[in-house]
Design a protein around this ligand. Structure first.
Ligand code: ZN
Length: 302
């Protein structure tokens, strides 16, 4: 099972305060020590737009993780890619993003979907020339807070464009927690039909309405083997206001292990990272495992 930790980007970006660079590096080190093999470390966005990630270059330069950990960087546009490429040997993957609805895309990046796609096609082409692995993430793929229902065919058409431009992985983002398990169970087989066997399909669920892990189970049943999550349940989204974030990595890993699904991740080590980020942020975070701790079976027969 592939689990990508997105807390250092998706999480820290949405915190009101700026996490000091030294703390980011320490936390990324703890995450990598847990056995996570995919970590989204930062992004190359304009510092005046997202000051929380203004230290992206320094984070990449100083990041120190085992060689089998793939570091991923979020790239908003061609300029972001050129800036990131100055540190080409410090990361292995990029992800690019756009929204499945015109309104959300316009509010997020002030472009139409078509404008975003044509820019991202150039980014993906250039990234592939550099030998980078590419993920295309589609936000509000399961429903949009502004437009409501988003036809899956529209999402898959966007996904095909990203695939054809070089994305080996498509992430489907439930950015504001509108997905439900019944929807998810039929969604991914349809995505597989639309995109073929060669693309990795990744589920990026938020726990905004408490349905995150139910959606994971539905995605597992539908054949999904790749998930994105955030330690501590970091990563709220401005809409709806005050909403919680991504599913918590430790909750996800605990559930998978209890179900007998291997991840290669040490839950204890992951919890150490989650406790550390809770301490850094100085407030209780949303993850259940942080509160309840791992399941203890003692010696009773299961
Ligand atoms: Zn997210």
């Amino acid at each position: 099972m592939n689990v990508r930790e997105v807390g250092p980007r998706d999480g820290f970006q949405n915190e009101p305060e700026v996490v000091p660079t030294d703390e980011k590096l320490r936390l990324i080190g703890l995450l990598a020590a847990s056995g996570l093999k995919r970590i989204e470390a930062t992004s190359f966005v304009r510092a005046d737009v997202i000051p929380q990630l203004a230290d992206g270059a320094e984070v990449l330069r100083r990041i120190d993780v085992p060689g089998d950990v793939a570091i991923s960087v979020l790239i908003p546009n061609e300029r972001g890619l050129e800036n990131a490429l100055r540190l080409r040997d410090r990361f292995q993957e990029i992800n690019v993003f756009l929204s499945a609805s015109e309104t959300h895309n316009r509010k997020n990046v002030n472009r139409s979907i078509e404008e975003s796609l044509s820019g991202l096609e150039r980014v993906l082409g250039r990234a592939r020339e550099e030998g980078l692995r590419c993920e295309g993430v589609i936000s509000v793929a399961f429903g949009c807070p502004y437009e409501g229902h988003v036809p899956p065919e529209r999402v898959f058409a966007i996904a095909r464009r990203l695939r054809d431009a070089g994305a080996e992985e498509i992430g489907f983002g439930d950015t504001t927690g509108m997905a439900n398990p019944a929807q998810v169970r039929s969604y991914f087989p349809a995505a597989r039909d639309a995109l073929g066997e060669d693309v990795e399909l990744t589920a990026h669920f938020h726990n905004t309405r408490g349905q995150g892990l139910a959606n994971v189970l539905a995605a597992l049943d539908a054949g999904v083997r790749s998930f994105e999550s955030s330690f501590g349940e970091l990563g709220g989204c401005p809409v709806p206001a005050g909403a919680t974030g991504n599913i918590a990595t430790e909750d996800l890993v605990s559930m998978l292990h209890e179900m007998g699904v291997g991840t290669g991740i040490s839950l204890d080590a992951l919890l150490e990272a989650a406790r550390a980020v809770q301490e850094v942020l100085g407030r209780p975070l949303g993850s259940h495992l942080l509160t309840a701790g791992p399941v203890e079976w003692n010696d009773s027969p299961r």
